[in-house]
Design a protein around this ligand. Structure first.
Ligand code: HEM
Length: 492
C-alpha cells in the first residue's frame, strides 16, 4: 500500500514536470522521437560505452543539428556543424554553460570552468597571467622529476605482453598537477591506488550519469549516486582544504611577489599566485581559493591523463609513426638518451606535436561541451531560441569525413598544412574567449612526458590485440583500459 502510494506520487510528479515544458525548446528541429515521460533518455540507460556511438548515429540519421529530449525540459541541440560551432564559440556574449555542468556544482563550485558573467570575466583576467610562457617553463622541472618516477614504474612492466597503462599515466599526471597547482606532492605514483584519484573518477562518472538520468534533480538524494558523491566529495574537499591550510600557514607564500622567483630559481605553484591575487583590490576568500584549486586539479589532471594514454596507444599501434618520433628525438638529443628537455627542445618536437594533435582529434579528452544561448541565434532558416542548451559534439566533429578524409585513420601528417582550414572543425581545447586556459601547459607536459617514454621504451600493440571501449565519462576514457606492451629501447 505504502509502496503504491509512493509510486503514484512519483508518477504524478514526473507527469507534472514533463508537461511543464520549457517554451524555448527548439522542438521543430529533426531528432529521435521522444517517448512519453522519458524523452530519448531510454537510449542512454545503458553502459556509457554506447553513448558516443548513439550520438554519432543521431548525427548520421538526422544531420549536423539534432534535437535531443532528455525529459524534464532538459532538451539540448547536438551540433557538429562547424560554422554553427564557430558562431557559438567565437561569440563574446554566448559564454554561459548549459545544464550539462549543473552536477559539477557541489564539487567545483563556480570556479573558472563553471562560472558565468562578471565572475567568470574577472577570474579569467586574474588567472591568465599565471599561464604566461615564462611561468610555464619552470614547470618543465616538475614534468621531468615526476617523469623519472613514471619511467621507473614502467620499467617494472617491461616485457609483459599486455599492460593497462591508464592507471599509471593517471597517477603520473596527478603528481604533476598537484605539484604545479598546490606546490605539494601527493606521491600518487608511489602510493599506488590513490583515494583521491578514485574520488575524481567517481565524480566524473556521476556527473555524466546525472546528465542522462531520467530522474528529476529533486529526487537525486534518493539515488545511490548521491551517497557515492557525498563520500567522494569528502575526500576531495578535505584534501584541497588541507593543502590550502598548509600553504596559508607556510612562509613560502609571503615572498611569491619577489620578481626573482619568476626567473625559475624557486618553483611557484599556481596556488601561490592565487594567494597573491586580488579582484577589485580584495584577496580571494577561502571558498574562492578552494573552487579554483579544485577546478584546476580536475581540469589539469584527467584531461592530460587521457591525452597521454591515447597517444601511447596510437604510437604502439602505428610503428611507422613511432619510428618517425624516435628519429626526431635522436636529431634533438643525439646520443644523450636520458637528457632533460629544455623549452627550446620542446619547440623543436614538431613531429611529436603532429602526433599529439592527431591523437586529440581521434580521442579528444573533452568529447562534448555545452553552452546556453543567451540570445536568439538565427541559423539558415531556423532560429535557435534564447535559453536553448547547445551541445558541441567535439568527438563527432573530429571524426566527420567532411572535415577529415579517412577520419578513422591515424595520420599525423594531416596537420602539417592544417592552418587556414576550417579552424572550428578541430577544437580539442575548445576555442574563442572560453577556450582552455591550460592548453600551453598541457602541450608542454604531453611533449615532455611522451619524449621521455619514447626515448626509454619501444611500444608495441598488446597481445592479444586490445580493442578500446570508449566512454565519455566527462573525460574520454576506455572502459576496458588501454593495453599495450612496453619494451626497453636500444639507443644508438
Ligand atoms: C590535453 C589536455 C587538455 C584538454 C584536451 C583540455 C580541453 C579543454 C576544453 C575542451 C575546455 C573547454 C571546456 C568547456 O567549454 O566546457 C577546457 C577548459 C578549461 N581547461 Fe582545459 N584541457 C586540457 C588541459 C588543461 C590543463 C592542464 C589545465 C590546467 C592546468 C586546464 C584548465 C582548464 C580550465 C580552467 C578551463 C576552463 C576555462 C574557462 O572556462 O575560462 N586544462 N579545457
Amino acid at each position: 500500500m505504502y509502496i503504491a502510494l509512493v509510486c503514484a506520487v512519483i508518477v504524478v510528479f514526473l507527469l507534472t514536470c514533463h508537461f511543464k515544458k520549457d517554451s524555448q525548446i527548439a522542438t521543430y528541429l529533426p531528432g529521435p522521437k521522444p517517448v512519453l515521460l522519458f524523452g530519448n533518455v531510454l537510449d542512454f540507460l545503458t553502459s556509457t560505452t554506447k553513448f558516443l556511438t548513439k550520438l554519432v548515429e543521431y548525427v548520421e540519421t538526422y544531420g549536423e543539428i539534432v534535437r535531443i529530449h532528455l525529459s524534464f525540459s532538459r532538451d539540448f541541440v547536438l551540433v557538429t556543424d562547424y560554422k554553427l560551432t564557430e558562431r557559438v564559440l567565437s561569440s563574446t556574449k554566448m559564454l554561459d554553460k548549459s545544464f550539462l555542468y549543473d552536477s559539477f556544482d557541489n564539487w567545483l563550485g563556480t570556479g573558472l570552468l563553471t562560472s558565468t558573467g562578471a565572475k567568470w570575466r574577472s577570474r579569467r583576467k586574474m588567472i591568465t597571467p599565471s599561464f604566461h610562457f615564462t611561468i610555464l617553463t619552470q614547470f618543465i622541472k616538475t614534468f621531468e622529476s615526476v617523469g623519472d618516477n613514471f619511467i621507473a614504474k614502467l620499467e617494472k612492466l617491461v616485457g609483459k605482453p599486455s599492460v593497462d597503462i591508464y592507471p599509471w599515466v593517471s597517477l603520473c599526471t596527478l603528481d604533476i598537477i598537484c605539484e604545479a597547482v598546490m606546490g605539494t606532492s601527493v606521491n600518487a605514483l608511489d602510493h599506488g591506488d590513490s583515494e583521491y584519484v578514485h574520488s575524481v573518477k567517481t565524480m566524473c562518472a556521476i556527473v555524466m550519469d546525472r546528465v542522462f538520468t531520467p530522474f528529476h534533480k529533486s529526487l537525486y538524494p534518493l539515488t545511490p549516486n548521491y551517497f557515492r558523491e557525498k563520500k567522494a566529495l569528502k575526500v576531495l574537499h578535505s584534501h584541497t582544504d588541507k593543502v590550502i591550510d598548509k600553504k596559508i600557514n607556510s612562509k613560502s607564500a609571503e615572498s611569491v611577489s619577489d620578481s626573482e622567483d619568476f626567473g625559475g630559481k624557486r618553483k611557484v605553484a599556481f596556488l601561490d599566485l592565487l594567494l597573491e591575487s586580488t579582484i577589485d583590490g580584495k584577496p580571494l576568500t577561502r571558498a574562492d581559493l578552494r573552487e579554483e584549486v579544485d577546478t584546476f586539479m580536475f581540469e589539469g589532471h584527467d584531461t592530460t591523463a587521457s591525452a597521454i594514454t591515447f597517444a601511447l596507444y596510437t604510437l604502439a599501434t602505428n610503428p611507422d609513426v613511432q619510428q618517425k618520433v624516435v628519429e626526431e628525438q635522436k636529431t634533438i638529443f643525439g646520443s644523450n638518451q636520458k637528457a632533460y628537455v629544455t623549452a627550446s627542445d620542446l619547440q623543436n618536437m614538431k613531429y611529436l606535436e603532429l602526433v599529439i594533435k592527431e591523437t586529440l582529434r581521434l580521442y579528444p579528452s573533452v568529447p562534448i561541451i555545452g553552452r546556453k544561448l543567451n540570445e536568439d541565434v538565427k541559423w539558415d532558416d531556423i532560429t535557435l531560441p534564447k535559453g536553448q542548451a547547445i551541445t558541441l559534439f567535439i568527438f563527432g566533429i573530429h571524426r566527420s569525413p567532411k572535415y577529415f578524409p579517412d577520419p578513422l585513420k591515424f595520420i599525423p601528417e594531416r596537420f602539417e598544412n592544417y592552418e587556414g582550414k576550417e579552424p572550428f572543425s578541430y577544437i580539442p581545447f575548445s576555442a574563442g574567449p572560453r577556450n582552455c586556459i591550460g592548453q600551453k601547459f598541457a602541450m608542454m607536459e604531453l611533449k615532455t612526458t611522451l619524449s621521455k617514454v619514447i626515448r626509454n621504451f619501444e611500444l608495441r600493440p598488446s597481445t592479444p590485440e586490445h580493442v578500446l571501449l570508449l566512454a565519455p565519462e566527462t573525460i574520454l576514457l576506455s572502459k576496458n583500459g588501454v593495453r599495450i606492451s612496453i619494451n626497453r629501447r636500444k639507443w644508438e
